[in-house]
Ligand binder design. Structure first.
Ligand SMILES: [Zn+2]
Length: 303
């Protein structure tokens, strides 16, 4: 594809109003700066608005982990163009949340193939109610994954070995982790965030049991020098994954003990079972209380 043709294709993003975000979202995106940071090999962190994108670039095409929000697609494409003129060929979604899948339709319109777990595709077609209780509309056809997988698969591209590993229900029931083997980068989506406590999105099928299994998988996939690129928060390392898992297990055991003593969820939240971790983990978006409520609900077998 010629550079001129690419520019024309990139311009298409703005010209496809059906995939455009709301006026308010467009307005908010105007101030967003999209940055790219090399993590290793040809793999970059792409930070803009929403969950972090990890990008593999090279002459064989661009491979993206996640898509951020639709209103920042143009800026993301511009930032990628500064790294490579190659077409955006593949997008893997780590999970269904809109700050990771919102740009799917735009990248699909640019010719990218979207890949994800089948559960994620099903949830794009039939979204769960949001935090405000409202059910979002189904995603447009161009946003839907056309390749789905339930087993790990490997893609060889740009001299990089990309391992795409579906996870058990953790943050949601459509989670995926991506390991760039040669570059030694692990892209975790929101199953692991380096700021705040985990969010087990039970409405979208997330589970505590699966979260712990997935963290074990991450710790296995990460080596001593692996750059761990979370969905949100600073790029970090294997040590942070081990600490994070320890936090989850400790809080789980405290909540389980409180349940065994007959405590209500309100009492358990008020007892602050995360307190000694709050400073190091960071209580982003009141994630501590939410996490305790989620753990309580799962351990009580509540639905
Ligand atoms: Zn998420």
């Amino acid at each position: 594809m010629s550079f001129r043709r690419l520019l024309a294709t990139a311009a298409l993003v703005a010209a496809v109003p059906v995939f455009a975000a709301s006026a308010a979202a467009q307005q908010a995106a105007q101030d967003v700066q999209v940055t790219t940071t090399r993590l290793g090999g040809n793999v970059y962190a792409v930070d803009g608005q929403g969950g972090r994108i990890t990008a593999l670039v090279g002459t064989e095409g661009i491979f993206l982990v996640d898509a951020q929000f639709p209103q920042v697609t143009e800026k993301i494409v511009a930032a990628l163009r500064a790294l490579s003129p190659a077409p955006i060929r593949l997008v893997v979604n780590t999970h269904v949340h809109g700050d990771h899948t919102g740009g799917n339709a735009n990248f699909g319109a640019l010719g990218a193939t979207i890949m994800a777990q089948p559960n994620l595709r099903a949830r794009l077609l039939k979204p769960s109610p949001g935090a405000n209780g409202q059910v979002p509309p189904p995603a447009p056809a161009a946003a839907l994954p056309t390749i789905t997988y339930t087993e790990p698969l490997t893609i060889q591209m740009n001299g990089e070995e990309v391992r795409i590993v579906p996870l058990p229900p953790s943050h949601t029931d459509g989670d995926t982790v991506v390991k760039f083997v040669t570059a030694d980068v692990l892209s975790t989506g929101d199953v692991f965030r380096s700021v705040g406590f985990p969010n087990i999105d039970r409405t979208n099928g997330g589970t505590l049991a699966g979260l712990l299994q997935s963290l074990d998988t991450f710790i296995t996939l990460a080596g001593p020098n692996t750059k761990v690129a979370p969905g949100h928060g600073a790029v970090t390392n294997r040590e942070a994954l081990v600490f994070h898992r320890q936090v989850v297990v400790t809080v789980r055991d405290r909540v389980a003990a409180a349940i065994a003593q007959g405590r209500s969820v309100e009492e358990v939240v008020a007892s602050k079972p995360t307190a000694d971790f709050d400073e190091r983990v960071g209580n982003a978006m009141a994630s501590a209380d939410r996490f305790v409520q989620q753990v309580y609900a799962e351990l009580r077998g509540a639905r």
